[in-house]
Design a protein around this ligand. Sequence first.
Ligand code: SAH
Length: 353
Amino acid sequence: MKAPPALATDPEPVISLHDAPALAALAREHRTDPQHLAKLTRRVLQHGDDFCAALTSLKTPLPAPLVARLTPGALILVKRRDSARDGATKLLFQTRAGERIESVLLRARSGRTTLCLSIQSGCAFGCSFCASGASGLRARLTLDEVLAQVIHGRQIAASEGLNLRNLVFMGMGEPLAEEALLHDCLERLTTATLFGFSPRRVCVSTVGLPEEMVRLAQRFPSVRQALSLHSAVANERAALIPVAREHSLDDLRRAALEVTRLAGGRILIEYLLLAGRTDRPEDERALYAWLDGLSAHLNLIPYNPIWRIADHTPTPHSAALAFARRCRARGIPTTLRRSLGTDISAACGALTP
Ligand code: SAH
């Protein structure tokens, strides 16, 4: 069957501000200096200016039919919650298809501002301690939808005089299960003329998919990688993280070594402290053995209890501090993560579709 002929009234496809080839073609089509368009792109993607404000502030206005083809972003911000306790803001977005995703803006006292992004709505991996996976994978996102979170985040930060410089793929979803999408995102995020993030300030956290980790480091060696290890005891890890049954701790370690070789630097190892599950002396010994010879930074994560799936108990704070001290004493660079946004359900593992 032949496709129906295009009607004169069919809308022309909309073009995103981060789609450089399409923008170049659009500028040619409208006989516009691509530099004028580049100014708009820079203001929105890099400086966090509001699309309309950026448009009206251009010294040389862009032709209206050209502007009509542009889309400033693919998400609607439906709700915003600011923590009364710390500098966290949870942003709840809706996609055009009606799916919900969340991002979290984290303002550290040092002035460092970070956006925690979602790559999927929900998550297919079903880790026993995480709310995002409790109802499975709800929807996959488009490139525009992932990047729209950054556009909004930069705009909110800019409106407060803050510069959003750090991104972490630690929101909902598993970034390495969306390899092509993730690589496209990283490409645009780290292109100097587009979002212009330094790859060193972008971190991708994974449940632990060895082949994808290596491919990520091959293509983006400077992008930081974080591995959710959480236990170096095979049975325990498999009980917490179902996919661990498919990838052995040895395979993960080999992948982590290769990542550090390609990156010429450390890999971040995330380790969740669960009372009686990951904080026993034998867990600690297994962790030391697994980390031995690996250039790693250990990030101990206090468990954030999720009431709907609660079956775990956090390690008491004093024991967590002692755990961290012992790791440091063994020469492992270690930090104990300070959870932000616990009062607005924005802390690690609390995001839900
Ligand atoms: N899919 C990615 C990103 C997940 S969220 C991954 O698995 O790494 C980022 C981090 O928060 C992961 O290390 C994840 O294991 C951790 N996390 C999940 N639920 C948590 C909870 N309830 N308390 C503390 N950390 C949690």
